[in-house]
Design a protein around this ligand. Structure first.
Ligand code: PLP
Length: 399
């Protein structure tokens, strides 16, 4: 039996897998069993920030693995402390709690918000989240998630979470009051079709948070770590989060999530309030240190700015040439969504041409390349995508 069949037989199949068995991954390239190379624009769904097997990440992980892999959270580990220190020194945060994933980091954020509110009053336990927002699949994070379809099979909605549409300032004003303990959002909705928060909405979040002492809780699981051009996507706004979650690329490819806490809330969760056996695993944190040290180097940043600009110009050019196919371009940096009714068709044709593209929300081709995307890879990507758009245009013309 081949591996794809065995996977279907033995693994609970909850994902739409690609018909591809990868033997090796390096940078932005995947090599299959036959030796064919594929250009990877999944980026591990925003995990491979520096591409696959980046030497800086690999070296740190290998060294840590040889020292020890896991001791438990009853011990300090230098890589875990180093990663927390890097995050604190480059953000608003005073403290970091480590989890294993985005959804777990959001569970911790949810508990933080509820404890914060309930300490003030027994009524202050309402949370505002956004329609189409995505925060994960565990129970609490699933209820923060704005797409009803993800929650519906598992019973009734939690009564203290209200979802409002992104960028609807009136709905926000209506929803937030003195019983609100927190407002949870992504700055660009990753799973929800790359819809971006507008400044007017962010300003209103800031104003209402101050007025009602509601926490600003930002989920940067997908947008964080320079994916949109700045260290964190919320930096474009004046608002300062009380807490923020990170995951995806944070562990350099290994599972790791984090909750970053500002000074105002660093005392809310106390010993015994929360925990995780694996959270802050030393090997994952070592990978994270290697990744962040590389990302934060000024030379890397300069290169990134130039390449993101080139990418944006290329995408804008395609949108101009093929407006009948690409109806809208969303997102920024290396988190870009091409809105098109041909999303699945483009994905399938790209696969035939050995370019791996992901689709979200049915009609959005989501581009999440590694931040190390080079000129050659960018040229290959644009050549293949242009060929597909041209093919579709000609087929449309022929009817
Ligand atoms: C914004 C956001 N939050 C949370 C999550 C959940 O993260 P994880 O899959 O690591 O649990 C995701 C995953 O895609 C995400 O995009």
């Amino acid at each position: 039996m081949d591996l794809i069949k065995e996977d279907e037989t033995y693994v609970l199949n909850l994902y739409k897998r690609l018909p591809l068995v990868v033997k090796e991954a390096k940078g932005l390239w995947l090599t299959d069993e036959k030796g064919d190379r594929y250009l990877d624009f999944y980026g591990g769904i925003a995990v491979q920030t520096l591409g696959h097997n980046h030497p800086a990440v690999l070296q740190k992980m290998q060294r840590q693995m040889e020292a020890f892999m896991h001791l438990s959270n009853y011990f300090v580990a230098s890589s875990t402390v180093s990663l927390a220190k890097l995050l604190v020194s480059h953000s608003f945060a005073k403290k970091v709690f480590f989890a294993n994933s985005g959804t777990e980091a959001n569970e911790a954020m949810l508990k933080l918000a509820l404890k914060y509110g309930l300490r003030k009053s027994k009524e202050k336990k309402n949370l505002i989240a956004l329609e189409k927002g995505f925060h994960g699949r565990t129970f609490g994070a699933m209820h923060l998630t704005g797409t009803k379809g993800y929650r519906a099979p598992f019973g009734e909605d939690l009564p203290f979470i209200t979802h409002i549409p992104m960028n609807d300032v009136d709905a926000l004003r209506e929803a937030v009051d003195e019983n609100t303990c927190g407002i949870v959002f992504e700055v660009i909705q990753g799973e929800g079709g790359l819809v971006e928060m507008e400044e007017a909405f962010a300003l209103e979040v800031e104003r209402l948070s101050k007025k009602f002492q509601a926490l600003i809780l930002v989920d940067e699981v997908q947008t964080g770590l320079y994916r949109t051009g700045t260290f964190f996507a919320h930096e474009r706004f004046s608002l300062k989060p009380h807490a923020m979650t990170l995951a995806k690329g944070l562990g350099g490819g290994l599972p790791l999530g984090a909750l970053l806490l500002s000074e105002e809330v660093e005392e809310v969760l106390q010993k015994g309030d929360h925990g995780s056996t694996f959270g802050g695993n030393p090997v994952a944190c070592a990978g994270g240190v290697g990744m962040l040290e590389t990302l934060l180097a000024p030379s890397f940043q300069e290169g990134l700015e130039g390449s993101m600009k080139r990418f944006e110009e290329g995408i804008r050019g395609l949108k101009k040439t093929y407006p009948h196919i690409l109806t809208e371009v969303r997102g920024r940096g290396y988190m870009v969504g091409l809105v098109t009714e041909y999303a699945e068709e483009i994905k399938d044709r790209a696969f035939q041409k050995k370019l791996l593209l992901n689709v979200t929300g049915k009609n959005v081709v989501r581009l999440l390349p590694a931040l190390t995307l080079g000129k050659h890879e960018m040229d290959v990507f644009f050549r293949i995508l242009r060929d597909i758009l041209q093919e579709l245009t000609e087929e449309r013309r022929r009817g």
